[in-house]
Design a protein around this ligand. Structure first.
Ligand code: ATP
Length: 311
């Protein structure tokens, strides 16, 4: 059977993520760091609608602050669509509409979710029927977090974070997310970490071995136990993010005073993710943080990866 292009619109959805564990090793050849990440996809979604068009264009709407999202060819959704067209020899374009619900430059992989949702949408729109393995390779070309936005669920990422292996996970974790009205650039946070390590290179034993995810994290995810997971949330980027944005320390404290089992800066921040024991505690925490005038959303995880939505 040959794949055929659809004449209408294709609607896809991909999730944002929380890194429940992120260890940063040494810099590798291509300028990236060797990392070990435990990813959990959470119920904040990016929706992409792709329409047939001769050229490539993108428009953006949504519930989060959108001023930092480009609408020219630098938007990762356009880069994704162009890459797929180039690899498959498709000669047309696509008009893309993105509906964003993941905070921008928030450390939750919103752009990566847009890229994954766009690959899936354009593949269906154009009938290019790319095998899943090839699609994951394209995803990795677009960014280290894009393959995970594609697969979703719970996974361990090594290498640049793009070499994925699924992790067993049970149940549902309740998260309360404190958003910031500013962004933190991922490269700037890594630079801060590198500068710190350079300054203290005498004291820090060189990280020769590849980083790995703590076995307790895998066990907590497998057991679906938020108390256990709270004990082992870990992020090497938290200290540099706090150094760049000291106000985040107060946010972490506030959440922990108001019933969170634990809080962690999500990825490169500035979003702070609090793990709650159950839905009731999550609701109470949401109310307390909102009363302190923070912008707060709730999410659960794990959820599925990029998929086509039947409208
Ligand atoms: P990550 O957690 O994967 O490091 P992030 O969630 O912190 O990323 P994103 O919101 O994905 O950050 O976007 C990072 C940068 O990418 C922003 O500076 C933004 O200008 C640019 N960008 C390009 N395309 C998009 C897009 N579709 N959505 C959001 N940002 C985009």
């Amino acid at each position: 059977m040959t794949a055929e292009a659809t004449s209408g619109m294709v609607h896809t959805r991909a999730p944002g993520k929380i890194n429940v564990f992120l260890k940063v090793g040494s810099l590798i050849d291509d300028g990236y760091h060797d990392v070990a990440i435990a990813y959990q996809a959470v119920s904040l979604y990016e929706d992409v609608r792709a329409y047939p068009a001769d050229d490539f264009s993108v428009s953006v709407s949504g519930t989060v602050e959108l001023s930092r999202v480009p609408t020219d060819g630098s938007n990762v959704a356009i880069r994704a669509a162009r890459l797929l067209a180039r690899k498959t020899g498709y000669r047309g374009g696509a008009r893309l509409e993105i509906e964003k619900h993941v905070p921008v430059t928030g450390g939750m992989g919103g752009g990566s979710a847009d890229a994954a949702a766009t690959l899936l949408a354009c593949d269906a729109l154009w009938g290019t029927a790319m095998p899943r393995e090839d699609m994951l390779d394209l995803a990795a070309e677009l960014g280290a977090d894009v393959p995970f936005a594609f697969t979703g669920g719970t996974a361990i990422g090594t290498g640049r974070g793009d070499q994925l292996s699924p992790a067993l996970a049970k149940g549902n974790f309740q998260w309360v997310l404190a958003l910031s009205d500013f962004g933190l650039s991922t490269p700037a946070v890594y630079q801060e970490l590198d500068d710190h390590r350079d300054r203290h290179s005498q004291d820090i034993f060189p990280a020769q071995v590849a980083p790995s995810v703590d076995a307790n994290v895998l066990q907590a995810l497998r057991a679906g136990d938020p108390h256990m997971l709270a004990e082992c949330l870990y992020n090497d980027l938290q200290a540099p993010a706090l150094h760049l944005e000291p106000s985040l320390a107060g946010v972490l404290e506030l959440g922990e005073e108001n019933g969170a089992l634990a809080g962690i800066v999500s990825g490169s921040g500035p979003t702070v993710a609090f793990l709650a024991a159950d839905l009731d505690s999550a609701l109470e925490l949401q109310i307390a943080l909102s009363a302190a005038r923070l912008t707060v959303v709730r999410a659960t995880g794990p959820v599925h990866g990029a998929r086509i939505i039947g409208d």
